[in-house]
Design a protein around this ligand. Structure first.
Ligand SMILES: C[S@@+](CC[C@H](N)C(=O)[O-])C[C@H]1O[C@@H](n2cnc3c(N)ncnc32)[C@H](O)[C@@H]1O
Length: 283
């Protein structure tokens, strides 16, 4: 089939299942199969595609038409300028989480070690390691061995040094070093909100990465309670939250002895990150 006819057919099929930018996605999928420069249009719209390429394209198209997220079909997602490999079993990093990286970079102090809890694909840890090569040590933990597999491969591909360890929040970490920054994008979707998520998210992305008890705050509260022994005096926790969780999340950190505790907004002006400082001299 000719390139232009194949793209037109695919774009129509994608739009028919509710993917509004179907024509654009069809082009991305074809460029992915061709491993071509995404900035360029296929140069030979009227030329026939070789059968192998068409077959590969149709296989990806079927996956996308079945509702699988585009990033899983393509095998990668962009985060803070990094191309991260993603797929079944790991959360696709979201653009709003880039704001947490901005806040963490501004809060980092020379010499401070960093720990990223609930690291998933390694998005936050790898962005920090890339943007601030002077961080002496970046640790990252996740409960999911599958997610950590992606994180480790992403670090290796990007040539970035992060110590990934598998386990529950701080449990797998050694007692030293203490951290100047603890970052986290934990699961924070309440059971009620989880039931309302689009199928593209709930049927494909891991429930472990999204769902949390106590109105979505169970893991956030544990991070508030369990962080202090792992922080230097003046150390900070930066934790992503849902846009309606600002007050309750801040209260959890205040109750655990943190202060000051701020709630900061993402680029759409919604509450997104709790920034909590552990008392004492600056770390
Ligand atoms: C919302 S995802 C965030 C992934 C990544 N940090 C990002 O921003 O794209 C939450 C991650 O927390 C992990 N997780 C859930 N419960 C955990 C726990 N108790 N301890 C460590 N990791 C946990 C999940 O496996 C998942 O990878």
């Amino acid at each position: 089939m000719r390139v232009e006819s194949l793209l037109a057919e695919a774009g129509t099929a994608l739009r028919a299942v509710g993917i509004h930018n179907g024509a654009q996605e069809a082009r991305w999928l074809l460029l992915h199969v061709l491993a071509a420069d995404p900035e360029r249009s296929p140069c030979c719209g009227g030329a026939p595609l070789d059968p192998e390429t068409e077959c590969g394209f149709r296989a990806l198209l079927r996956r996308r038409l079945s509702g699988e997220p585009l990033q899983y079909v393509m095998g990668s997602a962009e985060f803070y300028g990094l191309e991260l490999q993603v797929g079944a079993g790991v959360l696709i990093p979201r653009p709003e989480t880039e704001r947490l990286v901005d806040f963490a970079l501004a809060a980092w102090r020379t010499g401070g070690a960093v720990c990223d809890l609930c690291t998933g694909s390694g998005a936050i840890a790898l962005a920090l390691a890339r943007e601030q090569p002077a961080i002496p040590a970046v640790y990252a933990t996740d409960l999911s061995p599958t997610a950590l597999g992606y994180a480790r491969r992403n670090a290796a591909r990007l040539g970035l040094s992060v110590t990934f360890v598998q386990g529950d929040l701080f449990a797998p970490l050694p007692p030293e070093p203490r951290f100047q920054l603890v970052t986290a994008n934990p699961p924070y979707v309440s059971p009620e909100a989880y039931a309302e998520l689009p199928a593209e998210v709930s049927a494909h992305e891991p429930r472990l990465a999204l769902w949390a008890a106590e109105g979505g705050l169970a893991i956030v509260r544990r991070i508030a309670q369990e962080s202090p022994p792992h922080l230097v005096p003046g150390g900070m926790v930066l934790c992503e939250i849902g846009c309606e969780q600002g007050q309750a999340a801040a209260a959890a950190f205040s109750a655990a002895g943190f202060g000051p505790v701020d709630v900061r907004q993402d680029y759409t002006q919604r509450d997104r990150v709790v920034v909590a400082t552990w008392p004492g001299a600056r770390g």
